[in-house]
Design a protein around this ligand. Structure first.
Ligand code: MIG
Length: 685
C-alpha cells in the first residue's frame, strides 16, 4: 500500500493533553493564532482561516484543499472552530452516537455518559469518538475531508444545529490536536480517508472466532444452576450458543475479582464444566473498587497509591453497586499494571472473556455530594414547598448521579502530571480496558481473549471492542443499532454490537425476531436484558423453530463474517458501510439510512418496523436478492438497481449479493468450534 503522508495534516492548538490514540508520528503545525489574523467579523477575538485540508495556500496557516474559500475559522475567544457547509453535504462518523448515519442537523457532545435513555434529544452516549468525514462532492465546492479532534475533555460537535449551514466545534479548553485528512483518490474518496485515519490510530482489536457465536446474558444469572439451566435449555431447543455472561451478581457483594462462593461453589470447576460443553463464561468487571477492610483489591489499592484523589489529597469516595467505592487511576501506568494483573484471578480459573462496565465512570453519588444534598434537604424540612423549592428539592437528589461537580472534583496522575478528571474524562474507560489488554499478554499469553467495554475513546479500539450500552426493547432502538455501526467502524471499533432485543423494557417476540434477523450480521451477537424486564432468552418464545433457523443462519455465515472482519482489521477497512461509501456518485445512496454493506460481497436491508411484512429497499447496483428462512431454505431473485418494495415476513432475512461476488455458507453446528468449514456452499451472483 502506498503511504501518502502528505494527505494528513496535524495541527496543534494550545497545549493538548496526549491521548495515545494516534500511534503514527506526524509533524505538527502550530496554529499561531495571533500571527495569522484575518479580521474578525466584529469586535474582539482573532480569527485564522484553516482551510479544510490539503496543500499549501498563501492565505492560510493550515494548508488548504485547493479551495481557499472553504476553511476552518479559528475563534480563540469563543474556543471554537467553524466551517461553512455547502447545502447538500453529508457528515459521517462520530462513532457511538444518537440519530442517523448522516450526522448533519444535530449537535453531539463527546463526554462518555452513563445514560440509559438513548433518545434522539440526547447528545452523548458512552463513547467519545471525535472523527468524522465531511462530504460535499455532490455540490459545487466538491470537497471531502476527514477530521479528528484529539482532546480528552468535553467537546461539542454542532453539525448544523445552531446554524444549518455551519459546523462548529466548541471546546471547553482550547487545547487539541486537529488532524485533517484528504484523499488522493478521485474515486473511493471516503474510504481512502477512513483508511488513512485508521492507519494512524493502529490496527483494531481482533476477537476470537468463538466470540462470533451467540452470547446469552441477563442481569443477572444468580448462580451456577441458573447458568447450567440456560445452557441446557439452548441445547434442548437445538439453538446454537457459545457464551453465557455473568453480570454483577456472580461477585461477592459486587467486589471486582471475587466470586460469590455460595452461588458458584468451586468456580474453577464450574468454568471447566461449561467449557467442556463448549460454553465460554464471560464475567463483568466494574470500574469502582469496594471500600472494605480485608478486601485485597481495596487494601492493595490504598497501599499502592492507586486510587484517584480529591484536591486536598484525600481519596475520592463515590458510590456505585457495592455502595462506597474508590476509583483506580487507570491513567497511571503503574495502576494499570496493578489492576490488569488482577484479571489473573479469573483467567486462572479458565475465563477467557470479559466485559468492562461502569467505566465512564458512572457515579451514583459522591460522599461529598450526598452530604451537601442531605444538608439542603434538612433546610426544606417543615417548609411549604412551592414550585421552585419543590423542583429544587427533587433536582438536588436526581442531580447526584454522574454530576459535573463530581467529575470536576478528583484528580489523576497522568504522564507525570496531576490533571483534574473532567479534563481527561474520555480516557477513563479506555485506560481501564487497556490495563486489562496489556495484562493479558503477560497473564494469558496463549489465549485469545474476548473483551469489550462500555466507555471508550479512539485508541481503545486497539485493545477491545465495545457494546452500545443500555438500549431499550424498542423498534427505534433496533434502527439505532443499525445506524451506529458505520460510525463505529470508521473509528476503529469493528468488534461491536448492541444488546440484542433491547436491555431495558419488555421485548415482544416479533421485535426479538426482527432484531435477531439483523444482529446475526454483527460481530457481537448478544441477547442481554435488565433485571425486572421480561425474560429474553430465545428458547422462551413461541416459535422456537424460527429462532433456531435464524441462529443457524448466523453460524452458517460466520466463516464469511469472520473473514471479512479480519480483512477489515488488516486493511483498515470497514465491515459495515453505508451505501454512500461505495457509491459516491449516487445522490440517492447518500440518503439511505437503513441498509448496510456487510463486508465486500453483500448488502443487508433489515425490517425494523412492527407488523410489517416487507420494506422498501434501494439497490445502488444490480444485485441478487436472497430471501433466507434458514441457512438451507431460501429463494433467489435477480434485481435491478433502483427502488423496490420487497416482502420479508417475520423470520425472513434479506441479503443482497453484489455482482461478481459470492456468499459462502457453512454447515452450522451448536458451537462455533464445531462448524464444518470444509463443506462450504456458495451462493453466487
Ligand atoms: O447500572 O451490571 O450497561 O449491561 O447489565 C447498571 C448491571 C449497571 C449497566 C450495563 C448493563 C448491566 C448493568 N450495568
Amino acid at each position: 500500500m502506498r503511504i501518502r503522508r502528505n494527505m494528513i495534516r496535524k495541527y496543534k492548538i494550545g497545549n493538548p493533553i496526549e491521548t495515545d490514540s494516534v500511534i503514527e508520528a506526524i509533524p505538527e503545525i502550530l496554529i499561531d493564532q495571533e500571527k495569522a489574523v484575518i479580521p474578525a467579523s466584529g469586535e474582539g477575538g482573532t480569527e485564522t482561516i484553516i482551510p479544510a485540508s490539503g496543500d499549501s495556500n498563501s492565505k492560510a496557516v493550515i494548508p488548504a484543499l485547493g479551495d481557499e474559500n472553504s476553511g476552518w475559522i479559528v475563534d480563540k475567544h469563543g474556543k471554537k472552530l467553524t466551517f461553512s457547509m455547502s447545502s447538500h453535504a453529508c457528515i459521517y462518523g462520530l462513532g457511538e452516537q444518537v440519530r442517523g448515519i448522516n450526522k448533519r442537523g444535530w449537535h453531539y457532545v463527546s463526554f462518555c455518559s452513563d445514560d440509559p435513555h438513548h433518545e434522539e434529544g440526547k447528545t452523548s452516549l458512552y463513547g467519545a469518538h471525535n472523527f468524522f468525514v465531511y462530504d460535499s462532492r455532490d455540490c459545487n465546492d466538491n470537497i471531502c475531508f476527514g477530521m479528528y479532534v484529539d482532546t480528552p475533555g468535553r467537546v461539542e460537535f454542532d453539525m448544523g444545529y445552531s446554524d444549518p449551514d455551519e459546523i462548529s466545534i466548541i471546546f471547553e479548553d482550547f487545547d487539541a490536536y486537529i488532524y485533517l485528512l484528504k484523499s488522493g483518490h478521485p474515486s473511493g474518496t471516503i474510504m481512502d480517508i477512513v483508511r488513512q485515519f485508521r492507519r494512524i490510530i493502529g490496527r483494531s482489536y481482533i476477537a476470537p472466532m468463538w466470540a462470533f457465536g451467540l452470547g446469552q446474558s441477563r442481569w443477572s444469572y444468580m448462580n451456577a444452576d441458573e447458568v447450567r439451566g440456560v445452557a441446557d435449555s439452548y441445547d434442548k431447543a437445538g439453538i446454537p450458543l457459545d457464551s453465557i455472561y455473568l453480570d454483577i451478581d456472580y461477585m461477592e457483594r459486587y467486589k471486582d475479582f471475587t466470586v460469590n462462593d455460595d452461588a458458584f461453589p468451586d468456580f474453577k470447576e464450574f468454568v471447566a464444566e461449561m467449557s467442556g460443553r463448549g460454553i465460554h463464561l464471560v464475567p463483568i468487571i466494574d470500574a469502582g473498587v469496594k471500600i472494605e477492610e480485608g478486601y485485597d483489591v481495596y487494601e492493595e489499592g490504598v497501599k499502592g497509591n492507586h486510587f484517584v484523589k480529591k484536591e486536598n489529597g484525600d481519596l475520592f469516595t463515590a458510590a456505585v453497586w457495592p455502595g462506597r467505592v474508590h476509583f483506580p487511576d487507570f491513567l497511571k501506568e503503574d495502576t494499570r499494571r496493578w489492576f490488569g494483573d488482577k484479571y489473573k484471578v479469573l483467567t486462572e480459573a479458565g475465563i477467557d472473556g470479559f466485559w468492562n462496565d461502569m467505566n465512564e465512570p458512572a457515579i451514583f453519588y459522591s460522599e461529598d455530594g450526598l452530604k451537601k444534598v442531605f444538608e439542603k434537604i434538612d433546610g426544606y424540612k417543615g417548609k411549604n414547598l412551592d414550585i421552585d423549592s419543590f423542583f429544587g428539592f427533587q433536582g438536588s437528589v436526581s442531580g447526584l448521579c454522574n454530576s459535573e461537580e463530581d467529575y470536576g472534583s478528583f484528580y489523576h496522575e497522568y504522564k507525570g502530571q496531576r490533571i483534574r478528571h473532567d479534563k481527561v474524562h474520555n480516557l477513563y474507560g479506555y485506560n481501564m480496558t487497556r490495563a486489562a489488554a496489556e495484562a493479558f499478554d503477560k497473564i494469558a499469553p496463549d489465549k485469545q481473549i474476548l473483551m469489550f467495554s462500555r466507555a471508550s475513546y479512539i485508541g481503545m479500539h486497539r485493545y477491545a471492542g465495545i457494546w452500545t450500552g443500555d438500549n431499550m426493547s424498542w423498534w427505534s432502538h433496533l434502527l439505532l443499532s443499525i445506524q451506529q455501526l458505520p460510525g463505529l467502524n470508521m473509528c476503529g471499533f469493528l468488534y461491536s454490537g448492541s444488546d440484542m432485543g433491547g436491555f431495558g423494557g419488555d421485548v415482544t417476540e416479533d421485535l426479538l425476531i426482527r432484531w435477531l434477523s439483523f444482529a446475526i450480521f454483527t460481530p457481537l451477537l448478544r441477547d442481554h436484558s435488565a433485571m425486572g424486564t421480561r425474560r429474553q432468552e430465545l428458547y422462551r418464545f413461541k416459535d422456537t423453530d424460527m429462532f433456531r433457523n435464524l441462529v443457524e443462519l448466523r453460524y452458517a455465515l460466520i466463516p464469511y463474517l469472520y473473514a471479512e472482519y479480519l480483512w477489515a482489521a488488516d486493511n483498515n477497512e470497514m465491515l459495515f458501510k453505508s451505501l454512500a461509501f461505495e457509491h459516491e456518485e449516487d445522490a440517492r445512496a447518500m440518503e439511505v439510512e437503513d441498509e448496510l454493506l456487510v463486508g465486500r460481497s453483500i448488502m443487508i436491508a433489515p425490517v425494523y418496523t412492527q407488523n410489517a411484512s416487507g420494506r422498501y429497499v434501494y439497490l445502488p447496483e444490480d444485485m441478487k436478492m436472497i430471501r433466507f428462512r434458514g441457512y438451507d431454505d431460501y429463494d433467489e431473485e435477480q434485481m435491478k438497481a433502483g427502488d423496490h418494495y420487497v416482502r420479508a415476513q417475520l423470520g425472513e432475512v434479506l441479503v443482497f449479493i453484489r455482482k461478481g461476488h459470492e456468499l459462502p455458507l457453512a454447515m452450522p453446528d451448536m458451537r462455533v468450534r464445531d462448524i464444518d468449514t470444509e463443506n462450504i456452499h456458495y451462493i453466487r451472483n
